[in-house]
Design a protein around this ligand. Structure first.
Ligand SMILES: [Zn+2]
Length: 274
């Protein structure tokens, strides 16, 4: 039986950890049933290479943004540059952007300013967003409510069930990945079991957040089936059903044009890639 087609909604496949074997990693991921991979940006300097890399394969989908953890690298002029890049290159989302209050050295006021400016650009360009949020869900929800952001994905979601439901109400999907494979992640596993299935998407966050079976090593999109299996297990549902639902949710959250079209000539086969 073919493995279920699943979507890695968050994979930093452009970073140097994959320089030596990027093509081999992608080939193994496709064999493992990963049909599509979303590649979010970290810093302005990497945007062009990321866009060119994603343009080389229809299974790759770029997002452009300024990652909150790398706050000190970002400059005010990166915002108008992002505005121009979104117009010229039409990535699938603005990301990875967000708020990280877990890292105490990051200036929160500047984080909010940077995130707010990027949320405004997402609204202006009518694009979803890919959010990185740690210990900052109340502030993020407030910032989203101040704007008519069209939704997107809260990646590596680890808030409360209440936070999750509020994001879902605003049209967001919640990303779960390798941490689910650890038995000790009890709170996260309970959360993934309790939230509505139609709000969940899969992600690896490779090269970080390696699943239990490969701990201590580089994470890879080829391990996404292990995240799927863990999610199906905690929900007590068939793997196929969770695969289908999370892929549908990812497509809806980011308006993805999938690499693997349903049937040639069939209803779903239209769609010029934008
Ligand atoms: Zn990331």
């Amino acid at each position: 039986m073919m493995p279920a087609a699943i979507i890695d909604t968050h994979c930093h496949l452009d970073v140097s950890e994959f320089d030596a074997d990027r093509d081999a990693v992608m080939a193994r991921a496709l064999l493992a049933g990963v049909s599509d991979i979303v590649v979010p940006a970290i810093r302005r300097a990497s945007w062009n290479a990321l866009l060119d890399f994603c343009a080389s394969r229809s299974c790759l989908h770029p997002a452009l943004g300024l990652h909150p953890v790398y706050l000190v690298e970002h400059r005010d002029e990166d915002i108008p540059a992002l505005d121009a890049a979104l117009a010229a290159r039409r990535p699938v989302a603005v990301g990875e952007i967000g708020l990280d209050y877990y890292l105490r050295d990051l200036d929160r006021k500047r984080q909010r300013a940077l995130c707010g400016a990027q949320l405004d650009l997402a609204v202006r360009h009518d694009l979803p967003v890919i959010l990185h949020v740690r210990k900052a869900h109340d502030d993020m929800l407030a910032m989203l409510r101040e704007r008519s952001v069209t939704g997107g994905i809260v990646h590596a979601f680890n808030g409360s069930e209440q936070h999750g439901l509020k994001y879902a109400e605003l049209g967001f999907a919640l990303g779960f990945g390798g941490m689910l494979t650890f038995e000790r992640s009890r709170k996260l596993r309970n959360l993934a079991a309790a939230l509505p299935l139609n709000a969940l998407v899969l992600e690896t966050d490779a090269p970080d957040m390696t699943p239990a079976a490969h701990r201590g090593r580089r994470n890879s999109p080829e391990y996404l089936p292990e995240c799927l299996a863990a999610l199906a297990e905690v929900r007590g549902m068939p793997v196929e059903e969770v695969a289908r639902a999370t892929s549908d949710n990812a497509i809806a959250a980011l308006n993805l044009q999938r690499a693997t079209k349903p049937s040639p000539g069939g209803e779903g086969a239209a769609g010029n890639a934008r």
